[in-house]
Design a protein around this ligand. Sequence first.
Ligand code: SF4
Length: 721
Amino acid sequence: MFDGKLADSTCVFCGQCIMVCPVGALTSKVSMGKGKPAQTEKVMTTCTYCGTGCTFQLNVKDDQVVGVTSVRDSEVSPVNKGAMCVKGRFGWDFIHSPDRLTTPLIRKDGELVPASWDEALDLAASKLKAIKEKDGPDALALFSSARVTNEENYLAQKFARAVLGTNNVDHCARLCHASSVAGIGAAFGSGAMTNSIADFTGDSKCIFVIGSNTTENHPVIGYKIRKNVRFNGAKLIVADPREIELAGIADVYMQFRPGTDVALLNGMMNVILAEGLADHEFIAKRTENFEALKQVVEKYIPEYVETITWVPAEDIKKAARLYAQSGASAICYSMGITQHSTGTDNVKSCCNLAMLTGNLGRPGTGVNALRGQNNVQVACDMGALPVTYPAYQPVTNPEVRAKFEKAWGVALSPNIGLTVTQTIPAALHGHIKGLFVLGENPMVSDPDITHVEEALEKLECLVVQDIFLSETAQKADIVFPGLSFAEKDGTFTSTERRVQMVRKAVSGPGQAMNDWQIICELANRMGYPMNYASAEEIFTEMSTLTPSYGGMNYARLQGIGLHWPCPTPEHPGTPILHTEKFTRGLGLFHAVDFIEPVEVPDADYPFILSTGRSLYHYHTGTMTRRASGLKAHMPENCVQINSIIAARMGIKEGEMVRLSTRRGSIELKAQLLDSMKENVLFTYFHFVEAAANVLTNAEALDPVCGIPEFKVSAARLEKIV
Ligand code: SF4
């Protein structure tokens, strides 16, 4: 698999060749010597990496996962139909890593040492209870996880509210798609991806990809987009500050200045209005506040937008015409749109563009926010958010609160809680004293990690539940060992709102326990009875309190799963939202003006630095950097630099450079690319030893949803001599 020539080629190591090889001559190196697929038990499950929601079989022998087989049958593998990416197919051996946590740990004399479950649970319960009694429930907070199951997310937020007594519960969507929840929610009434993957990639006549490196971050969706362009003649518009792979096959590629998304989108809308390409029937019947939009986009003539965005006016016009005239155009975006101090504005602008042209509520259209992690959609759906219970029911609504108080048998707080990006400063200032982190790693994932470290060190009690001793777990007072996706039953909800089964294939290591069982044990010790016999029992309770999941049960979820909303047992699920009317009734146009990013380059920091994901890694690398089939492809971080600029600075390919912002510096290898804009740099956020989030800005937050501006920092680059 890693033969030198192949590694230097454009192969993306998806392993499809292994699946289709008619004579079995090709095999996975990660599985070699572990038994033939035919000799293994097969357990159908859902991928633990990105939000695409691919399903496949784990191959099991002697209680060990020894391989992965993809399945072409669309009745059991509806999303990927046998296709997979390198992470799903070869990134599974972290499951049996010797680094897995096998016992609870507690801190004694400054060191984390093994402890019994009783000792660790009693200690955590007594410390959290003591803080609650001394400083009140709002001195406690919980970070839930985009990696654990739906059932565990439901229980985590229930634990925060019913046991800790606070709405201080949030998760990593605050760092990736909080602006989607806020922006799409404000425009349409439901803050989720509007269409299904199959229809927006397959039925679309024109796909507009903005701020999504789809072939790297959602590879199977990227493959489907390419297929639609190549075989069905769909038009492709790509807008991205980096020349991503899809740019190579685009009809129009707009390499715009990071942080100028609103100006670019307003420019396209200006052309659409000026050239009479708007869908006035749709606007009149289905939307409101159109006049305000019209007024605001008036000044964004393409020639003016070119001066802001660096995109030639002619390309803006061409993109606007293609998008408006195809008959079925879909917008597909990801963190390039959301991770800005204007993230919510960017999302609202995407919604404006779709409404202006009537590209909603039909196959092949929509505003398709691609969620990054496998289960980040559900962490939102299940109410691991400081403002809502499951299904986005507001904690401030007395009727809703009464429903949950009755169901959970306890009085609940009416106060809005703290977000992730508010919790860390609150800990730094001594307002948050106890934090429970479930399957998250803020010591690598959050902005300005020097401050995160200071904040965690100030806590009176940090409890971490994870499968590895992550950088955050290393700071904890108590560590609980949980289970990986291969060791548990439950459900995940993918980016397209499809709820699918996760099935236990092997036993967990040592004394590691189901994450939901750990939460129950802790709740019981804190005086709130929480007892379930199975994940299914939790799902049943959840579905009675979550209207959009109300018609789902495990029997119905076998096979291809169901798209929410699915409110009744007879309901077939909803692949496409807003078909007849928007969730909020009329779609709401927002008049959005362009605002510069918080940090712009200057003499001291002359570059614009963006951060993002790699094809080969996931989140903070705790799993992918322990997967031999992935580690080999990308063992360390690098910074992408324009080749001409690098030559001027005397920097050669692969040389070490120092990358600095006003927050700090990291040292990493240089990767030279002709395609990078001259004053733009890009680095990856998976690598703790050269952590991009040493550099990012925790103070540049979107004012609506609090997402940090990961995509724009003013930076300095130096050759290390
Ligand atoms: Fe897993 Fe995403 Fe790759 Fe599919 S595309 S195999 S869900 S990482």
